[in-house]
Write a protein that binds this ligand. Structure first.
Ligand SMILES: NC(=O)c1ccc[n+]([C@@H]2O[C@H](COP(=O)([O-])OP(=O)(O)OC[C@H]3O[C@@H](n4cnc5c(N)ncnc54)[C@H](OP(=O)(O)O)[C@@H]3O)[C@@H](O)[C@H]2O)c1
Length: 243
């Protein structure tokens, strides 16, 4: 498979390594300085887009216009997701977005849903989330934390919305119906997510810790292999066959 990498930063480079190991070739490598990368797409079978929240929607739209299947891992643009959905339908394209490509995190999502359903009846427990990432991360909370939070809200009658606190603010108004997501930034952390259920008596914690970026990169390449000859909108649940 011939891959176009839109975004050649920490993730783009990790994806290239895994793609080459799996016998693929990388025929386009674009950064913010490569303005006309869409003139070189004729050789590309699938594009993998990991850039920045402010450029993702434009990049994805350009790729769809050129009929290139798109896998994107960029986070922080999901308020415009429905726009992209419309463009996929208009172009009869192929699209897969994931806030987290790691297989372990996608299993963690399934576990999180199960535990949220179980804990719904146990109203003595309050639930909160914590995410820790490296200091260069542009968005907060992480896309993964938002996915975890939305899963919890969908299965927990006493939670209606999520609120993010960054590095713990003191004047935050704590309302029981809000699910608190604490976003912490620390040098060198690829991504740690904790779901915490606390009562007066005890605490139950579920934690996923990424040791490096390999898991995200492998998942993105598996997703690209999956959508290559398909049409429509897919998720990592389809790739990993998690029903
Ligand atoms: N879904 C997941 O599993 C997952 C995992 C990790 C990270 N992420 C997300 O993926 C994104 C990228 O992360 P990263 O750690 O790789 O960031 P990074 O190291 O900052 O790299 C970003 C890359 O995108 C390029 N870029 C920015 N704007 C562009 C544009 N308009 N056109 C083409 N390229 C452009 C940058 O170019 P310059 O070098 O010229 O600036 C750089 O090469 C972030 O949103 C992050 O949160 C997702």
């Amino acid at each position: 498979m011939r891959i176009g990498l839109i975004g050649y930063g920490k993730m783009g480079k990790a994806i290239e390594e895994i793609a080459l190991e799996r016998g693929h070739s990388v025929v386009v490598k674009a950064t913010s300085k490569t303005k006309d990368w869409d003139k070189n797409l004729s050789e590309v079978d699938v594009a993998i887009e990991f850039t920045s929240p402010s450029s993702a929607v434009d990049n994805i739209s350009r790729l769809l216009q050129h009929n290139i299947p798109v896998v994107t891992g960029t986070t922080g643009w999901y308020d415009q997701y429905s726009e992209i959905e419309t463009r996929v339908h208009e172009t009869e394209g192929s699209f897969l977005a994931a806030t987290n490509f790691s297989i372990g995190v996608n299993l963690f999502f399934a576990i999180n849903q199960f535990v949220a359903q179980l804990m719904n009846a146990h109203t003595d427990y309050d639930v909160s989330l914590e995410e820790v990432h490296h200091t260069q991360k542009a968005d907060a909370p992480s896309g993964t934390a938002i996915t975890l939070g939305e899963q919890i809200i969908a299965h927990t009658d006493r939670k209606h919305d999520w609120k993010c606190i960054e590095n713990t603010t003191i004047d935050f108004e704590k309302k029981p119906e809000n699910l608190l997501i604490e976003a912490v930034r620390k040098e060198g952390v690829p991504g740690t997510h904790t779901v915490r259920y606390t009562s007066d008596i005890d605490t139950i914690e579920l934690t996923h810790t990424a040791h490096n970026r390999k898991g995200f990169a492998l998942g993105a390449v598996l997703a690209a292999e999956f959508i290559k000859n398909k049409k429509g909108i897919f998720t990592m649940r389809d790739v990993l066959n998690l029903k």
